[in-house]
Design a protein. Structure first.
Length: 193
């Protein structure tokens, strides 16, 4: 109906929502290729961009296209991009940007999600990654997305992998994700461990 009535933004949001739900609900595998995970992020961005007055720029830099075939845990990147947009940049979206950078280093797959938003103090970073909830932590940092992504990665691959956060209040926040490079998409989840 949106297409027939010439309402392209509703058509885009509906299509993105359908793709996001199809991928998440229709794929029971815990692993996806990085390419598929980035497609989910793009679907999320297509939906959320209509929420803000100013457009939020989201850029992706891929060092080597072969890295797109690496396997990653499903739904570990979208929550980080969501946090960057919602909590880092905030409701106005004014002048906000998010950079997703993918590269390899020390035989690891590295993914960085950087925003130019509010930033965080070291205490806020510690509380965000800490195991215990803190009552004095502002509600904008109470999301389980970052902690959940980190715990899933560490549980699957060990303590040398997971998330690191870097931030400067008022300037930026960068989340770095470290994964082993897993390129064989034919392996089952149990063979990867």
């Amino acid at each position: 109906m949106a297409k027939l009535n010439g309402v392209p933004n509703i058509e885009e949001v509906s299509g993105s929502l359908i793709e996001l739900m199809r991928g998440l609900l229709g794929n029971s595998n815990e692993f996806l290729t990085l390419r598929e995970e980035l497609d989910y992020v793009n679907s999320y961005i297509s939906i959320v961009k209509y929420k803000y007055l100013e457009p939020i720029e989201v850029h992706t830099q891929i060092e080597d296209d072969a890295l797109l075939d690496c396997r990653v845990l499903k739904l570990m990147l979208q929550p980080l991009v969501e946090n960057a947009i919602m909590h880092g940049i905030g409701p106005s979206g004014e002048g906000g940007f998010v950079l997703i950078r993918v590269y390899a280093e020390h035989q690891e797959l590295r993914i960085e999600v950087t925003d130019n938003g509010r930033g965080m103090t070291q205490d806020q970073i510690d509380a965000l990654l800490g195991a215990a909830d803190r009552e004095d932590m502002p509600s904008r940092f109470s999301s389980m997305g970052v902690r959940n992504a980190n715990e899933r990665i560490v549980r699957m691959f060990g303590e040398s992998y997971g998330l690191s956060l870097y931030s400067e209040p008022g300037l930026y926040t960068k989340v770095e994700i470290r994964f082993p490079q897993i390129r064989n998409s034919d392996q089952s989840d149990q063979e990867v461990v």
